[in-house]
Design a protein around this ligand. Structure first.
Ligand code: GLY
Length: 425
């Protein structure tokens, strides 16, 4: 089985790691990959957002499956082009990827189909958005750029003044470019967040275990928002009953609405949920695996990832397949980031990687090789995942392993999973 994996981050390293553990013999190619993925795959060069180039590479290499990691190639229509060329691809088409690329369309779809989510209005004119805040929402309120904004387009505003500033920055200053052509004014929700992933053929779902990520840079959820400083799984309140409830009230009706709209979704549907006093509500959907939750979840998987992926990519139904199975215990991922991250990461620092126990995985996210040297090349450099029989043991093993990775200016959080630690003691 020859697989081409698109992407270069920690999420893709975790996908490569999971695919390498399959019973089926897998020959893995990765484009562009990274030095960690290079230990599991042959790296090939292609512009992942160029559908024609990806098709040409897949044809030349005669791959059996293309797995698309990040959202940008999905938004560019890579899966559409692979489908035309009859090459099995795991990931949604450009039209279905709008679950992530257009928060405005997706909010309208959810509200029209009774899928639980916060009430919102979409505006293109700053004055209208501000009037909505003043007259109908008040503060706190959430202001969102509709399009892809590298995880920075959601602004929680505690006062009306903060909301007006956010609206100006999105709609008038266009700090997120065209992603800010529309902005959502959305009711503020209270509760705990949960990331729930499901592999889907467009009709049925195979949900994964729940995870929580940590978007703020500093301990105690302080400091600026980042791409994610860590994650853990399982989350004790993410019970099978809750996952069934989310399947019935969120995943299945969303898939039904997407089919009805003519954009059936296949691949990995990521529901970012808020567990509100009124039950789970959708904060956002993503059209791909989450980062860094994937780095916590996939090492815990004891059943095949490839079988359902391949079935979905070949257009088969997964309703009769067995659900995923998981290792007992817990997994905690600590991200090690560069100095200056997230605003101005300092890169090019030599890295010393210690040898670590085999219950720890070090996923590369922002590294590069220059000769025999391993150097930092991005904001988030590694995602360090530790698995253990208890949450507390996984948390301390992840933190200790992160502390042993050396490069100038390395920063990481020491409290990943603090809410779970408070729950499970
Ligand atoms: N962990 C958030 C995301 O992947 O978008």
């Amino acid at each position: 089985m020859k697989i081409l994996l698109l992407g270069s981050g920690g999420r893709e390293h975790a996908l490569a790691d999971a695919l390498s553990r399959e019973n089926t013999s897998v020959e893995l190619l990765a484009a562009p990959g990274n030095p960690g993925i290079a230990e599991l795959a042959r790296l090939v060069s292609v512009k992942a957002e160029d559908p024609a180039a990806v098709v040409a590479l897949a044809e030349q290499e005669q791959v059996d499956l293309v797995v698309v990691g990040p959202e940008a190639p999905l938004a560019a229509g890579v899966v559409d082009a692979l489908q035309v060329a009859r090459i099995p691809a795991f990931g949604p088409t450009m039209g279905a990827a709008t679950v992530e690329t257009s928060k405005a369309d997706t909010k309208a779809l959810m509200m029209a189909n009774g899928i639980p989510t916060a009430h919102a209005e979409t505006h293109r004119v700053a004055k209208d958005a501000k009037d909505a805040v003043r007259a109908r929402f008040g503060a706190p309120v959430v202001i969102k750029a509709s399009g892809l904004a590298a995880g920075k387009g959601v602004i929680v505003c505690m006062t009306e003044k903060e909301a007006f500033d956010a609206i100006d920055r999105i709609l008038d200053d266009r700090v997120f470019g065209e992603a800010g052509a529309e902005c959502l004014v959305e009711s503020f929700m209270t509760g705990e967040e949960l990331s729930l992933f499901a592999v889907t053929d467009g009709y049925d779902v195979l949900p994964m275990i729940g995870a929580q990520d940590h978007k703020r840079l500093l301990d105690g959820d302080e400091g600026p928002n980042t791409g994610g400083m860590g994650a853990y799984t399982p989350v004790s309140f993410s019970t099978p009953a809750l996952i069934d409830d989310v399947t019935e009230r969120v995943f299945l009706p969303t898939l039904h609405a997407l089919r009805k709209r003519g954009t059936p979704f296949t691949g990995l549907l990521y529901a970012g949920l808020m567990l509100t006093p009124d039950g789970p509500k959708v904060v956002e959907f993503n059209c791909r695996f989450g980062d860094p939750e994937t780095q916590a979840i996939l090492p815990m998987l004891t059943s095949s990832l490839l079988d359902p992926m391949l079935a979905v990519a070949r257009g088969a139904r997964i309703g009769s397949m067995s659900g995923f199975t998981w290792r007992a215990g817990a997994s905690v991922t600590t991200v090690v980031a560069s100095a200056g991250y997230p605003d101005a990461p300092r890169t090019g620092m030599p890295i010393h990687l210690p040898s670590l126990s085999d219950t720890v995985r070090v996923f590369h996210a922002g590294t590069k090789r220059t000769g025999s040297d391993l150097l930092t090349s991005g904001g988030r450099v590694f995602a360090v995942t530790a698995m253990a029989d208890t949450f507390a043991a996984a948390q301390s093993a992840s933190r200790d392993a992160a502390a042993r990775i050396e490069f100038d200016g390395a920063q990481y959080r020491r409290d990943i999973g603090w809410r779970e630690a408070a729950r499970v003691g």
